[in-house]
Design a binder for this molecule. Structure first.
Ligand SMILES: *[C@@H]1O[C@H](CO)[C@@H](O)[C@H](O)[C@H]1NC(C)=O
Ligand SMILES: *[C@@H]1O[C@H](CO)[C@@H](O)[C@H](O)[C@H]1NC(C)=O
Ligand SMILES: *[C@@H]1O[C@H](CO)[C@@H](O)[C@H](O)[C@H]1NC(C)=O
Ligand SMILES: *[C@@H]1O[C@H](CO)[C@@H](O)[C@H](O)[C@H]1NC(C)=O
Length: 355
């Protein structure tokens, strides 16, 4: 009896030892992962080339700390001009920030010809254009192009920011925030959206077919309006994109599906976002009237390209002189129409003006 018990015990111990040995061997001798090889000539099923390529640093000056990727429809020339007016590249350069606009091709665009885009690049040197056609269902290509470029060209920056060309950013508060919060190594910080569901009504313009996305809800993701990441994370996301099938809702795909696969944690800074451009207006009014600080960092321009400049002009006042903290929150004092909600594929993408 006890002999049998001893035998069984020995067997169990042996098995346990064997298992732990095996697993420790697996840990110390991991299967070699091939170094990151991302074929630069391929974006999923598209043969890919830059129509306009660019370098990340300014004239070989590598003391950059932030690269900003701005997705922009080729024809949104005005939005790009307005952003450059608010933050000219020589100002950005002093702050250690490099901004590039991500474009596709639009051979059918009556108003913006490719020649004008070459011209724009000659003047400003801040475009990155891929040889895919501008379309909602190509947004993920555009977004990935930006990340691939950043992964290859901007390895030494501290932060990579992705934003849309209708988003207003309080740069002073943003830099403050990035300096004060302790961020993890693998980082995706932005407006966290969870429990969002794909639109299944086929009459809707933003209809998601079952063969495009079969699950009833999206994984938690960050709004593509604006998010902050770093080169390390971008490398992992780009690498993962070679394994996860294409899905055209770019923020769901990149900050949701790819982030999940590469085990990147989300960091929610949604409290600094507003979805109403009216709140930005109220925030500005209160700086001017009462010297109340404006702690909104990200919001939509509501179709007003002048807001990039106006907003920064006002909030920079609180950077140079002390403003006092606001007492009542904006949603109590600011009456605005609720025009848009952030989050589902449609509302994010509706900020694009195609054709
Ligand atoms: C794009 O430009 C960068 C910097 O000039 C260069 O290193 C890179 O090889 C170019 N990429 C392609 C695909 O041409
Ligand atoms: C390089 O950029 C930094 C700011 O990022 C600036 O302080 C420095 O003067 C620049 N150096 C040259 C040689 O332009
Ligand atoms: C996406 O771009 C490719 C390559 O230019 C093009 O063939 C395709 O039609 C575009 N997709 C859509 C939905 O327009
Ligand atoms: C107003 O905003 C504050 C924080 O800024 C929040 O705590 C509160 O729930 C909001 N109230 C409404 C009615 O949305």
């Amino acid at each position: 009896m006890s002999r049998k018990f001893m035998l069984i015990s020995l067997l169990i111990i042996f098995l346990l030892l064997f298992a732990s040995l095996k697993s420790s061997r697996e840990n110390t001798n991991p299967i070699r992962v091939a170094p990151l090889i991302v074929n630069p000539d391929k974006l999923f099923n598209l043969d890919f080339e830059y129509v306009i390529n660019n370098s990340c640093d300014y004239d070989g000056n590598s003391s950059l700390s932030v690269v900003v990727l701005v997705t922009s429809y080729l024809g949104n020339v005005e939005a790009r001009s307005a952003m450059r007016r608010a933050f000219p590249s020589d100002v950005l350069k002093k702050l250690g920030v490099r901004r590039v606009f991500l474009l596709g091709l639009a051979p059918g665009d009556k108003y913006t010809k490719q020649e004008a885009i070459y011209d724009e690049e000659r003047r400003f040197g801040d475009l990155l254009q891929g040889n895919f056609v501008e379309a909602y269902r190509n947004l993920t290509y555009k977004h990935l192009m930006g990340l691939k470029w950043a992964a290859a060209s901007c390895q030494r920056v501290k932060y990579v920011i992705k934003m849309d060309d209708d988003i207003v950013v309080n740069v002073y508060k943003l830099l403050q925030l990035l300096h004060t919060i302790k961020l993890p190594k693998k980082l995706l910080a932005g407006y966290l959206l969870s429990g969002m569901t794909p639109i299944r009504e086929s009459s809707n313009k933003w209809y998601i077919r079952l063969d495009e996305f079969k699950y009833p809800s999206y994984p938690t993701f960050l709004s593509g309006w604006f998010y902050v990441t770093n080169p390390n994370t971008v490398q992992s996301l780009v690498k993962e994109s070679t394994k996860v099938p294409y899905f055209w809702v770019d923020d769901v795909y990149i900050t949701g599906l790819l982030a999940q696969k590469s085990q990147v944690r989300h960091y929610n800074i949604g409290q600094y976002f507003t979805v109403h451009s009216e709140f930005l207006e109220c925030c500005m009014r209160d700086v001017k009237k009462f010297w109340y600080d404006c702690d909104i960092i990200v919001g939509p321009n509501g179709g007003d390209n002048n807001l990039f400049y106006k907003f920064n002009d006002v909030v920079s006042e609180c950077y140079y002189r002390k403003c006092s903290k606001r007492i009542r929150s904006l949603n109590e004092t600011c009456v605005g129409e609720v025009k848009r909600t952030l989050g589902r594929g449609n509302s994010i993408i509706s900020s694009y003006q195609l054709g």
